[in-house]
Write a protein that binds this ligand. Structure first.
Ligand SMILES: Cc1ncc(COP(=O)(O)O)c(C=O)c1O
Length: 310
């Protein structure tokens, strides 16, 4: 992992190696933190954070669902993110804000523990690799089901919930695949370990709905809009497991993975076993949107202000 010079921790810019917490920090024991994964891209108008406001809103929503109030306003977090990117001299980077229950009483009641915040940025290649984005990846259906709203909050991006993704990811890697697809509690397709999923059959694009316990992906929303703008029919509905193998094309979206084609599921080739034409078309427009090359989606980019020389 590439490091950066500075991390923002509870209101201060500190050196990467000095960004420390106490070992009894509540979230280390009980997963009581919420976070975001965002990316900034080097656009022709300078570095810009993709759908920054949407990420900050989801961070606030996740915090609220876990009875935390953001200790800084969304606007403050937005501004310090800009400053952090500039002060580290990054043009493109991954951004990880975390709002967490800090050091205080131990035990399962977190309400007396302080709510603290940090933001880190670093340069990070696509989660499933550049090669994966170009040539596609292979996945298995996980033996772990995606967390359901019976026991946790699929809509929240909360740290403890990610043990579910961690187990699915380890299982997929250890059994020789690149990624895991998790089913929901009804046995329908839910999502990848850190991506939403889209299935294409006979020119129609389908993606599981909110009620399938997905995380409401920001790149999911972006690719849904792009697909519709390109004139495709896009439906949100439950997707049966077998539809993955019988699809013409499948692709995954997420901040870390961007748009990555899925070319095989459970050792069965999807379509021709290579990224298909509709996937390529959406991927091309999506990449242009991310990198600021498509004026139609300019509103999705939050430009990092150039620091004043004063
Ligand atoms: C479990 C899970 N699903 C889906 C996504 C995709 O969400 P987004 O497009 O907002 O990055 C992510 C990544 O944040 C994730 O961790």
């Amino acid at each position: 992992m590439n490091t950066a010079d500075l991390i923002w921790l509870n209101g201060e810019f500190v050196a990467w190696e000095d960004a420390k917490v106490h070992v009894l920090t509540h979230c280390m024991h009980y997963g009581t933190a919420v976070f975001e994964g965002e990316r900034a891209y080097e656009t022709p108008r300078g570095p810009a954070v993709f759908r920054h406001q949407d990420h900050l809103q989801r961070l606030e929503n996740s915090a609220r669902l876990y009875y935390m109030e953001l200790p800084y306003s969304k606007e403050q977090l937005r501004e310090v993110t800009h400053e952090l990117i500039s002060r580290n001299g990054f043009k493109s980077c991954y951004i990880r804000p975390l709002v967490y229950r800090g050091y205080g009483p131990m035990g399962l009641n977190p309400l007396e523990n302080p709510v603290e915040a940090m933001i880190a940025v670093w340069e990070w290649a696509p989660y499933l690799g550049e090669k994966g984005k170009r040539e596609g990846v292979r996945a298995r259906v996980s033996s772990y089901r995606r967390i359901s709203s019976d026991s946790l909050i699929p809509h929240a991006k909360a740290s403890g919930q990610y043990l579910n993704s961690v187990l699915a990811k380890i299982e997929s890697l250890k059994s020789g695949y690149d990624e895991a697809i998790l089913l929901d509690d009804k046995g329908n397709v839910c999502e990848g370990s850190g991506e939403n999923v889209f299935v294409i059959k006979d020119g129609v694009i389908t993606t599981p709905p909110q009620t399938a316990a997905i995380l409401d992906g920001i790149n999911r929303k972006s690719c849904m809009q792009i697909a519709r703008d390109l004139g495709y029919e896009l439906i949100e509905r439950d997707v049966a497991r077998a539809e993955l193998a019988l699809a013409d094309e499948v692709f995954l979206t997420g901040t870390a993975a961007e748009l990555t084609p899925l070319v095989a599921i459970d050792d069965l080739a999807i379509g021709e076993g290579v990224p298909g034409p509709i996937t390529r078309e959406i991927q091309g427009v999506f990449e242009d949107a991310l990198w600021g090359r498509d004026a139609r989606y300019a509103d999705w980019l939050d430009l990092v202000p150039v620091p004043s020389q004063a």
